[in-house]
Design a binder for this molecule. Structure first.
Ligand code: ADP
Ligand code: ASP
Ligand code: MG
Length: 402
């Protein structure tokens, strides 16, 4: 039996927590399991490294940033191996290069292509606990890459899939997946079982408890996940392919503060302009989310859309550079916005969900900036400083209970 256990940054933030994790892993080892451990960097180490880089060169190349950020995970895995060895348990730490976790070339946002298992299996054969760096890969140039923030979950799932693990456990600082971020929403409730699709929506819309690509991969390779706390023994949440007799009306509420709104004002109102604007952004790797187009007036129209906060500067630069070709009169933007989404597969057949959401926001006097809907989610843009209030209002409006 093989188990992959992933521990996030707060679970290994200091010496006591490192030993706590070491002991939990050793329990499984002593019970006869082959144990593969995936770790994130300690505490806020990744943020601190990023801030440090910013003081040296705010426009640092992504290759160098990856070289820097991957050190965070290397610190935690080596310390973990030392901790286990001090408890007389054989352990070995490995980075992505040593395992050979092959990724695409894209620094800062690489994806796994293939994961080799030989080295890990060899170490497991000699009854060692194998501790692997999360969040990193190696590209075709033999450079280290990172998978995007929160990517250690994806490392764990990739290894669980490649090694055909019997269990994949994601340990974090909350007891499982909740109907909303339990640090923000007082009445958030722990979910016992959630389907891959529901979890994928929540993760993609800002519930950072799981990296969205880890859920995508878990679904693809049918890896059942358990999300649970590293600090207590409560049962956690199972993420799996589950059949529900009837789809849940609303599974949960998610918020994403990493967003900004851009408006292009006065573009010519004729076919092909929207295509040119969004094609230009796409060719520059800028992902666009909610899009809203105003009714045309005097042959022109305005188009507003959202981008990730990190892409805002670049998106504005590109639009300004191409202003004439895209017939833009003015580019404006607003960083003071956040996305709030309700997710639930049952919405499809229930027309009242949007109205209920808007009513809850209205009751809290929160203004809605933009709206976007799909069959199984509704997303609105609200002022960033009101997002926590909005999340509580909408969550409680649906009174999510069993
Ligand atoms: P780790 O370092 O263990 O990967 P993260 O900080 O990435 O932990 O993710 C855990 C955090 O996700 C929690 O502390 C919680 O505040 C937040 N979170 C957001 N939405 C949810 C949700 N729906 N359920 C549980 N936690 C959530
Ligand atoms: N240490 C990385 C981050 O902070 C990866 C992770 O925690 O999953 O984003
Ligand atoms: Mg995380």
């Amino acid at each position: 039996m093989l188990v992959v256990k992933k521990f996030g940054g707060s679970s290994v933030a200091n010496k006591e927590r490192i030993f706590n994790v070491a002991r939990r892993c050793i329990e499984d080892y002593r019970a006869g399991y082959d144990v593969v451990v995936v770790l994130s960097a300690m505490g806020d180490a990744t943020d601190e490294l990023l801030a440090l880089a910013g003081t040296i060169n705010p426009k640092a190349k992504k290759r160098e940033l990856d070289m820097l950020l991957t050190t965070g995970e290397q610190v935690s895995v080596s310390l973990m191996a030392m901790a286990m060895q001090s408890l007389d348990v054989p352990a070995v730490s490995l980075n992505a290069f040593q395992v050979r976790m092959h990724s695409t070339s894209r620094y800062g946002n690489a994806r796994f292509k293939r994961v080799e298992t030989e080295r890990i299996l060899h170490e497991l054969d000699s009854r060692k606990i194998v501790i692997v760096t999360g969040f990193q890969g190696v590209n075709k140039y033999d450079d280290v890459t990172t998978l995007g923030r929160g990517g250690s979950d994806t490392t764990a799932v990739a290894l669980a899939a490649a090694l055909h693990a019997d269990r994949c456990e994601i340990y974090t600082d909350v007891d499982g997946v909740y109907t909303a971020d339990p640090r923000v929403v007082r009445n958030a409730r722990k979910i016992d079982t959630i389907t891959y699709d529901e979890m994928l929506e929540l993760a993609s819309l800002g519930a950072k408890v799981l990296h969205n690509r880890s859920v995508e991969m878990a679904k693809k390779y049918n890896v059942e996940l358990v999300v649970r706390s590293s600090l207590n023994r409560s049962e956690g949440t199972v993420v799996k392919e589950a059949k529900r007799m009837e789809k849940l009306l609303v599974t949960g509420v998610a918020a994403d503060k990493n967003t900004a709104r851009i408006s292009v004002i006065g573009v010519v109102d004729k076919p092909g302009i929207a295509f040119r604007i969004f094609d230009t952004l796409a060719k520059n790797n800028i992902n666009v989310d909610i899009i809203l187009q105003s009714v045309g007036r005097e042959g022109t129209k305005d188009i507003s859309f959202t981008v990730a906060s990190d892409d805002l500067g670049e998106a504005i630069r590109i639009l300004e550079e191409n202003k004439e070709r895209l017939t833009i009169q003015e580019v404006t933007w607003n960083e003071d916005v956040a996305k709030l989404s309700v997710v639930g597969a049952g919405m499809m057949s229930n027309p009242g969900v949007a109205a209920k959401m808007f009513e809850s926001l209205y009751n809290s006097r929160i203004n809605i900036n933009m709206i976007s809907t799909s069959e199984i989610r509704i997303t609105v843009l609200v002022p960033k400083n009101e997002i926590d209030k909005a999340m509580n209002a909408v969550h409680d409006g649906f009174a999510m209970s069993d």
